[in-house]
Design a protein around this ligand. Structure first.
Ligand SMILES: Nc1ncnc2c1ncn2[C@@H]1O[C@H](COP(=O)(O)OP(=O)(O)OP(=O)(O)O)[C@@H](O)[C@H]1O
Ligand SMILES: [Zn+2]
Length: 612
């Protein structure tokens, strides 16, 4: 914002800053003041500070959120264009985390939705010849459809054009205003419409191009309302020092701290030139800036159906959120602007903001504005949702950037899901069918006595749990596949097929080996269910369990000993067929199998159908 000039209808501002309780206090007194702050909320159990606020009129948070409830959010996606694999990536990761937390027995509120206001939307709508609201309905529905294809188990889908959201935004705005943090001033600067953000000249490329969108920023001058972000600089610094886990992964914390240290400037929170937005209370010539509006979707999503929307109710239904999952592109909004806005309004801060990396194409962030996207719908259609979810969570270390390649996709999915897990189950069930009438001879706890596999599995399950808890999703997948490797090793070392041929005690030992391996696969199905839920459901069905049983599974069922003697397994049927280069098969989906076989040579057809 070097070119920015804030002129002095600023009488207000100066008096605001001077009268700010932070303007005249030293760091030492500020720190003790933070400690004793009457509005510093502590979480009931952990006694960790949950929020700071300078507003005297605080809204108490949900007392339950600390232990029993896990509220997580994805960004509310901008409906300037349909979703792409990048939007799907965040949502798949959030879904895996939500499913894991449900397995732990938490009450999960998983929030996603669409951000529908602003200039970029109005332009996108008019370029397709539709009204903004028709355009938003259409694209928002695209997101919902994709989430269904990807088996996203969201609890709330908030649209920022929802009436309840508008009510919450206006109330929030009024609280910030009442706290003395909004003033009016002229503003001039370089604006990227695609980021919907004024840019500092020094962060731009030649020709004042936005580094993310590679398009020139426009010089803009407006009479706007401003949010006094600068007033929160010290509080934000202190908050991050006291609670460094607020920003994750830890290497992103430095980035956020250096933004704050380099000086926070007030930012404009209204637009005079944009009609498509929520009118500013008491000045309907201006609309509220799309980011100020959109972030509040995380709170308005919490209002219960049919109830009068107000902040107090929304907040008591689950705020503060446990986790905001976002891409690193919008970290500044979530880790700097948003906490300051919440402090101003007297609301608790989310417990964590996790900024993951980008899916890239030729080194550039895949995005709607650049149009260099990968179509998730096509991928799901070709390979099935289990494979798509698994690949991106396993392949891209959560936090870092990652590139997509179809060869790598097929290799990984085949090696892990088809071979390590699918084949192991299928071979074992085949032997059980042939030699034991598909019936388990003993309890898995008894079968495992004196065998090393049980301890190995227990250790790896613990590892997977820790990785899920730390949001290291790729490592969690790796730990689960290691369980599969251990099961395969046991199978190969014991060679039960040859023991059965010997009969007598050898045959009994072989039957026990099959029980042990099936128990191993059962545990895999629980531990991998956050990532590839349908595949795990099919595994449970093969092990003779009902759908209802699978639906009620919790993480405690990763404990060894679930399979009991006498349990009858289903007829062996592959749970995940190998993807052959050039075929489009997902083993669980007969339609996809037929489609994959269609038009292929007889031999290839026979192979695909046989595998399915
Ligand atoms: N390439 C990507 N890799 C990972 N996540 C992405 C990617 N693109 C978008 N996202 C997710 O979507 C969020 C941004 O949502 P938005 O609706 O603005 O999509 P976008 O495609 O980045 O838009 P644009 O290209 O117009 O900037 C990111 O913070 C991230 O959560
Ligand atoms: Zn931009």
């Amino acid at each position: 914002m070097a070119a920015a000039r804030i002129n002095s209808s600023i009488q207000n501002t100066i008096s605001l800053l001077v009268s700010s309780p932070l303007a005249s206090i030293t760091t030492k007194t500020r720190r003790s003041r933070l400690k004793n702050h009457q509005n510093l909320f502590f979480s009931p159990k952990s006694k960790r500070p949950m929020m700071f606020c300078t507003c005297t009129n605080t809204l108490p948070s949900n007392p339950q959120t600390d232990d029993d409830t896990f509220v997580l959010t994805t960004p509310l996606y901008y409906v300037n264009a349909p979703p792409h694999m990048g939007s799907a990536y965040t949502t798949i990761a959030a879904d895996a985390i939500a499913r894991f937390q449900r397995l732990l027995g938490k009450k999960v509120i998983f929030v996603t939705g669409t951000d529908e206001h602003g200039e970029k939307i109005a332009t996108a709508a008019s370029s397709c010849g539709s009204s903004p609201s028709e355009h938003c309905d259409l694209i928002s529905q695209d997101y919902k459809n994709l989430w269904q294809d990807l088996e996203i188990s969201y609890d709330r889908f908030i649209r920022t054009t929802d009436v309840k959201h508008e009510a919450i935004v206006k109330e929030f705005y009024s609280r910030v205003l009442a706290n003395g943090d909004i003033y009016r001033a002229d503003y001039e600067g370089l604006y990227c419409v695609n980021c919907e953000e004024y840019k500092d000249e020094k962060e731009l490329l030649d020709g004042n191009c936005c580094p993310m969108h590679l398009k020139p920023c426009i010089q803009r001058k407006e009479d706007n309302y401003f949010f006094a972000l600068s007033k929160y600089q010290k509080l934000l610094e202190e908050t991050l020092t006291l609670n460094p886990k607020f920003v994750q992964p830890s290497y992103r914390l430095n980035e956020v701290q250096s933004w704050i240290r380099s000086g926070l400037k007030d930012f404009s929170i209204s637009r005079a030139s944009v009609d498509w937005g929520i009118p500013v209370p008491n000045d309907n010539k201006q609309t509220i800036y799309v980011w100020f509006d959109a972030l509040l979707g995380y709170i308005s999503a919490l209002t219960e159906k049919g109830e009068e929307p107000n902040l107090q109710r929304a907040v008591s239904s689950g705020w503060p959120a446990s986790l905001h999952l976002i891409g690193k592109d919008i970290l500044r909004f979530h880790a700097v602007y948003w906490p300051a806005m919440l402090m101003s309004a007297g609301l608790g801060l989310p417990k964590m903001v996790f900024g993951h990396g980008f899916l890239t194409k030729d080194g550039m962030k895949m995005g709607k504005s650049l149009g260099n996207t990968l179509e998730p719908k096509e991928l799901v259609h070709k390979f099935g949702s289990d494979a798509v979810r698994y690949f991106f969570l396993r392949e891209v270390e959560f936090g870092n950037d990652g590139d997509y390649s179809e060869d790598r996709f097929i290799n990984i999915v085949n090696a892990h899901l088809a071979n390590t897990i699918g084949n192991l189950l299928n071979r074992t069930l085949g032997l059980l069918n042939k030699n034991c009438q598909s019936t388990l001879s003993v309890d898995s706890a008894v079968a495992a006595e004196g065998k090393a596999l049980k301890q190995t599995v227990e250790k790896l399950v613990e590892k997977a749990r820790t990785h899920y808890e730390n949001l290291s999703l790729s490592l969690a997948c790796e730990a689960v596949i290691e369980i599969g490797n251990a099961g395969n090793l046991h199978m190969d070392e014991q060679a039960p097929w040859s023991l059965f041929k010997q009969g007598g005690a050898a045959s009994e030992a072989a039957a026990k080996d099959l029980v042990i391996i099936l128990e191993t696969v059962r545990i895999i199905a629980v531990a991998l269910s956050p990532v590839s839920p349908s595949l795990c459901r099919r595994i449970y069905a093969q092990l003779g369990y009902s759908d209802d049983h699978f639906n009620a599974v919790t993480w405690s069922e990763t404990k060894w000993g679930g399979l009991k003697g006498g349990q009858v397994m289903a007829q062996p049927k592959p749970v995940f067929a190998r993807i052959e280069l050039g075929t489009e098969a997902d083993g669980g989906d007969a339609k996809a199998v037929k489609k994959a076989a269609k038009g292929k040579g007889k031999k290839a057809q026979a192979q695909i159908i046989a595998e399915a």
